[in-house]
Design a protein around this ligand. Sequence first.
Ligand code: SAH
Length: 241
Amino acid sequence: MKIYAVGLGPGGLEYLIPKALEVINESEVIVGYTAYVKLIEPLLEGKMVLSTGMMGEVERCKLAIEKAQEGKKVTVVSSGDSGIYGMAGLLMELLGEDSPLQVEVIPGITAASAAGALLGAPLSNDFAVVSLSDLMTPWPVIQKRLQAAAAGDFVLCLYNPMSKKRTDYLRQAAEYCLLHRSKDTPCGIVRNAGRPDECLSIVPLSELITAQVDMFTIVLIGNSQTVLLNGRLVTRRGYRV
Ligand code: SAH
């Protein structure tokens, strides 16, 4: 018996991998956050759709498990990759050690990958991914990870960079990087990658201190090897060119 955790990619249907499309088409029940379910609306005809608001993740996964245990083919969708700040892990945690139900994870294009492609090639060398959301990870832990990544000269991908309640974390992340990197280090801000209202900008690290972003945005901070080449963000890997 299986339940599917499917990543939808960053935006429209063109970013869905063929295997994800196949699994969704074969599913009788689709479970997901309302905004993500909307992205795949054309695929949902005739299916039972269970969608809830942002805070209902645990309830949503429990409901999905219930339906799967009734013998239905169930897919839980996440944006991007369902194993990256998505529902795949939660499903496995809820099922625990002894469940006969197996979770099959179908990967998707994560926001860092989508944003990197739009900006150029900023992730060509080692990079670190940090979520600035403190809903489940305490801020001191996030701070420690940011400081380590900043000191380690990793390119940084910041998911969940700002919410109405958390307006200061991006500034602090930038401050940690400024301790080790030039204020001119190029950074990318990408909002709604792969969606109709996609927009992006490239700014120097010093400007991230005051940047206003939201939860639909991902922020990439270059490292000491990141340069702007013909308008694109490129992290040099060390090739002799
Ligand atoms: N599972 C998702 C991440 C979910 S966390 C993935 O793999 O992409 C939610 C955060 O991801 C958002 O706050 C934002 O920082 C980022 N994000 C997701 N989709 C995005 C998109 N299309 N454009 C820009 N950022 C995105």
